[in-house]
Design a protein around this ligand. Structure first.
Ligand code: ZN
Length: 178
């Protein structure tokens, strides 16, 4: 079993600091994806504790974590305060660049139309999500905005990472509220 930290071992050796120029989309192996998704799930659990729909997201770049957030539409009284929107905003601010080239966005639930649109606008090269959202998901369920050939940017999508945990968290949240 390969350690997550050995993720760079199979890549050709390049000068340090060259990562952003290579266009690499961040960690590309399953073990690393699961580690980052576990972190997004932690954020989702925090949301549940605050009576927010439990969705969490993290933005990861070549040098690691850039931003993390959970959904806070209720607390912020803001319909756009989805976890993905917050990490995209914070990530872009932190990097001083609206283009999030070389970054991977991890989110526990399939992004909605708004978030899928923002992911395309931010030129995020890679999206990893947990469970599908059959009622609002726009990355494969209802439509696939992030793969639409007519748009000027397409996103590599990996789905199903820790999907059971993400789905169970959502089910539990809505079960308690019925
Ligand atoms: Zn959304």
């Amino acid at each position: 079993m390969s350690a997550a930290e050995g993720g760079g071992a199979d890549r050709p050796a390049q000068g340090a600091g060259d990562a952003s120029a290579s266009g690499a989309a961040g960690p590309a192996d399953r073990a690393a994806d699961e580690l980052w998704m576990a972190r997004a799930l932690e954020k989702a659990r925090l949301a549940a504790g605050r009576e927010e729909v439990p969705v969490g997201a993290v933005l990861v770049g070549p040098d690691g974590l850039v931003a993390e957030a959970h959904n806070r539409t209720r607390e912020a009284a803001d319909p756009t305060a989805h976890a993905e929107m917050t990490v995209l905003r914070e990530g872009a601010l932190r990097l001083g660049d609206w283009r999030l080239l070389g970054h991977t966005l991890y989110v526990t639930l399939e992004p909605c139309a708004m978030c899928a649109g923002a992911i395309v606008l931010a030129r995020v090269p890679r999206l990893v999500f947990g469970t599908r959202d059959p009622k609002a998901g726009m990355c494969g369920s209802l439509e696939n905005l992030v793969r639409d050939e007519r748009l000027n940017h397409r996103v590599e999508v990996v789905e199903g990472v820790l999907a059971d945990e993400a789905a169970e968290l959502l089910r539990g949240f809505f079960r308690e509220r019925r």
